[in-house]
Design a protein around this ligand. Structure first.
Ligand code: PLP
Length: 354
């Protein structure tokens, strides 16, 4: 009896903790708590949105619109849906990485049931005009999903004001634990589960909840929301100073992405005729961990689909690097980055010319 009572007590405490986290997640994007479904991360949330919404709305049409620069969680889900008979339009982007509203409007047909456009790009940091996309989709009666994994924690989001019907997020992208995320789906929208089993998450996502992950996610999103303005000012300052110095001090450099519509902590650049992998390794030895804009496989480098979509010039394709600033970075870090970058580039150029 005592054991049973204890179990019930712990069960209720866990349930309460999950519901408190759900409330915090809902507050960040201004939706109702019952519109949040916890998942194992951003990828699962994207899969649940695309497969779930497409399949539940198949009777209305079979056309989906997305963009060429989406994360692979979206792109590969769309390709899998194509194999199941759905038609997918992959919209082009301009050289800053933005889709055109005009092109979106033109791509919409009688059969379009879903538009999925990412809020902010994970490589080049470009932010889309989500409010206008939402307005257009609402006007046309089409469900609008946005992969907001890069945006949640960095950008203020209001799903009501922005007419967003479905939105995915991932805790580890805003200093929360890995392996937990969430999908928001507007109340009146039908979607099927992709994982079947018990009745968790209102029958939309079976399986015992990742309670510690969810609680951690709730705390992380609460902190992100409280400190949003302060952190953004700091990150934007680091970003803009870095970009300015890169342009001024590094020859043959190109900043990728948009200058006006850009994630606060994102810097992405390409340098002409430099081997990016060599530069990356040299920087790593100096304690600088940048990420490369290429998928490296053994001794072949293929440029990312994002760089391809923004039409990156050939001479610049071999060297694209991304710096992501975090809360803990300081203005002094920029001096170190610039010094080391200049040093390494000089060494590479010297080696190339001998
Ligand atoms: C990281 C990321 C994802 C995937 O999230 P996981 O939690 O790692 O599965 C999806 N979309 C974007 C834009 C991302 O940056």
């Amino acid at each position: 009896m005592v054991m049973l009572r204890l179990l019930i007590f712990f069960g209720q405490t866990a349930k309460k903790a999950i519901e408190e986290a759900r409330k915090k997640v809902a507050e960040y994007i201004n939706c109702k708590t019952e519109e949040i479904y916890f998942t194992s991360g951003g990828s699962e949330a994207d899969n649940l949105a695309l497969f779930g919404i497409a399949k539940a709305n198949k009777h209305k049409g079979n056309h989906i619109i997305t963009s060429k620069i989406e994360h692979h969680a979206i792109l590969n889900s769309c390709m899998a849906l194509e194999k199941e008979g759905f038609k997918v339009t992959y919209l082009d982007v301009d050289k800053e990485g933005r889709i055109s509203l005009h092109a979106l409007r033109k791509a919409i047909t009688q059969d379009t049931i879903l538009v999925s456009i990412m809020f902010a790009n994970n490589e080049i940091g470009t932010i889309q005009d989500i409010e206008e996309i939402g307005k257009l989709c609402r006007f046309k009666g089409i469900i609008f999903h946005t992969d907001a994994v890069q945006a949640v924690g960095n950008i203020q989001i209001d799903v009501e004001k922005m007419n967003i019907d479905s939105l995915s997020m991932s805790a580890h992208k805003f200093y929360g634990p890995k392996g937990v995320g969430a999908l928001y789906v507007r109340k009146n929208i039908n979607f099927n589960p992709i994982i079947y089993g018990g009745h968790q998450e209102k029958d939309k996502r079976a399986g015992t909840e990742n309670t510690p992950g969810i609680v951690g996610m709730g705390k992380a999103i609460e902190l992100a929301r409280t400190n949003l303005e302060k952190n953004n000012k700091h990150l934007q300052n680091l970003r803009d100073k870095t970009i300015q110095r890169l342009i001024n001090e590094i020859p043959d450099i190109k900043i990728n992405g948009s200058m006006e519509n850009r994630l606060p902590g994102n810097v992405n650049f390409s340098i002409k005729n430099i081997d990016g992998r060599t530069l990356l390794l040299m920087l790593e030895m100096e304690g600088l961990f940048l990420s490369s804009g290429s998928a490296c496989t053994s001794n072949k480098t293929t440029p990312s689909h994002v760089l391809e979509a923004i039409g990156q010039e050939k001479d610049y394709l071999s060297c694209t690097l991304r710096i992501t600033f975090g809360e803990q970075n300081t203005i002094e870090d920029i001096d170190y980055i610039l010094d080391k970058l200049k040093e390494c580039i000089t060494k590479i150029k010297q080696a190339n010319s001998t």
